[in-house]
Design a protein around this ligand. Structure first.
Ligand SMILES: Cc1cc2nc3c(=O)[nH]c(=O)nc-3n(C[C@H](O)[C@H](O)[C@H](O)COP(=O)(O)OP(=O)(O)OC[C@H]3O[C@@H](n4cnc5c(N)ncnc54)[C@H](O)[C@@H]3O)c2cc1C
Length: 376
């Protein structure tokens, strides 16, 4: 995990102005103790609101046209879109609570400009659903925050790439601006722009709230006739062999009943391989550890755009008046054996790391280096 240490130094240099108000504040307001306040925009996560012990939240139907397994981002999007396409006899089974898996941890960053046309179209569709459609359909706010997004270019090649992205954005009607370091500073006064070539700014990028998004997706799906059942782990998938010798799904088993169905959508995230094995299917998916740091409060950071530095492979997500900083490893740690019973296993690493890294330490990386040891 030496990578995150260097990424953090990179972040530090990106955010730290020469006479940073953050540095001045650091000796006074930021101690090495981790924050005691929970810096999320809602009181409780869906994960915290209840346990898996109380049994299924609804009775299981005997049959369904499709069973979606997993109530994370993927499962909730899937059941919503199936219902919207008119397939209403569909069931989502979540073993714990909605968002209990990786989705609960997500930074929820939505960047609209990507190098692939397909991704740009998918992201535009997602943004439309969470910022407009769901609110119209349910009357509920998904928690979407349009705080904008900035891509940092630390070299000329990267800035050229961003110029190409801006052209692509024009084709798809996505407003974006290539900014000089001085313009970037005007937009984001806390950022140290000394070593920047420039940035790409997309004002309509933003941040998704996993709990709000999943709740509204499933509410909208339920309103169209779909059934969402939490606290209901899938324990087996029955298959049959048809007259042509092809294996087909027959039913989904749980401790609370069996649902006959010709179609299963495996949205079980890092547990997808385990679910696949139940049907004799090998799912080519490998889980990796991911670490992120949630900072203390930073004066002046409110309403700033999210930041992505592709060269340092690091993201800075605005979280109220703090930042959530995460990185992608060049040498990731694989999570080889994900137990079927692991719940929020990622949290262990993440929490330890967060406790060690009060924001001050991002600037003076010794603690980060110490934290590296935990991962070895
Ligand atoms: C720190 C962090 C930051 C991230 N930031 C971003 C970001 O900014 N932007 C972005 O696009 N992505 C981001 N990601 C990635 C994103 O969060 C994930 O890709 C996404 O949440 C995965 O959703 P999922 O539905 O596939 O899996 P999960 O959310 O893991 O959902 C799988 C669900 O299946 C359930 N399940 C498992 N086994 C069973 C069973 N036997 N029966 C019934 N249910 C079962 C689990 O309980 C779980 O709820 C981030 C991830 C992390 C960890």
């Amino acid at each position: 995990m030496a990578f995150l240490g260097s990424a953090a130094r990179r972040v530090a240099s990106a955010v730290r102005p020469p006479l940073s108000p953050l540095c001045r504040l650091s000796s006074r307001a930021y101690s090495s103790e981790h924050t005691k306040e929970k810096n999320v925009p809602y009181e409780k996560t869906l994960k915290q609101e209840g346990g898996a012990s109380s049994g299924p939240t609804k009775p299981l139907p005997r049959s369904a046209d499709a069973v979606v397994i997993g109530g994370g981002s993927l499962g909730c999007q899937t059941i919503y879109h199936l219902a919207k396409m008119g397939m209403t006899n569909v069931v989502l089974l979540e073993r714990d609570r909605l968002t209990a898996g990786t989705t609960w941890h997500t930074a929820g960053l939505l960047w609209q400009l990507r190098p692939s046309d397909v991704e740009v179209e998918l992201l535009a569709h997602t943004r439309n659903v969470i910022s407009k459609d769901l609110e119209e359909e349910t009357g509920l706010h998904t928690g979407w925050i349009q705080n904008g997004g900035i891509f940092i270019a630390s070299n000329k090649q990267r800035l050229d790439e961003y110029k190409r992205l801006m052209s692509l954005g024009k084709v798809y009607g996505i407003e974006s601006h290539v900014l000089s370091p001085a313009e970037t500073k005007d937009l984001y006064p806390l950022m140290n722009v000394d070593d920047l070539y420039g940035t790409l700014y997309v004002p309509t990028d933003g941040t998704m709230d996993p709990a709000g998004t999943c709740t509204t997706l499933t509410r909208a799906a339920s309103a169209r006739g779909a059934t969402v059942i939490e606290n209901c782990p899938v324990t087996g998938i029955q298959v049959r062999t048809d007259d042509l010798g092809v294996k087909k799904v027959k039913a989904v088993e749980t401790a609370h009943g069996t649902i006959e169905t010709p179609c299963v959508v495996n949205c079980a995230g890092v547990w997808a391989t385990k679910l696949g094995e139940m049907a004799g299917v090998k799912v080519p998916l490998v889980a990796m550890h991911h670490a992120y740091v949630v900072t203390e409060r930073i004066e002046g950071i409110q309403n700033m755009p999210n930041v992505r530095d592709h060269d340092a492979s690091v993201y800075l997500r605005l979280q109220g008046d703090a930042l959530s900083v995460g990185g992608y490893e060049h040498n990731p740690i694989f999570w080889d054996e994900v137990s079927l019973n692991t719940l929020g296993g990622q949290t262990v690493l993440i929490t330890v790391f967060t406790k060690l890294c009060a924001f001050t330490n991002l600037f003076y990386s010794s603690r980060i280096e110490n934290a590296d040891l935990l991962f070895e």
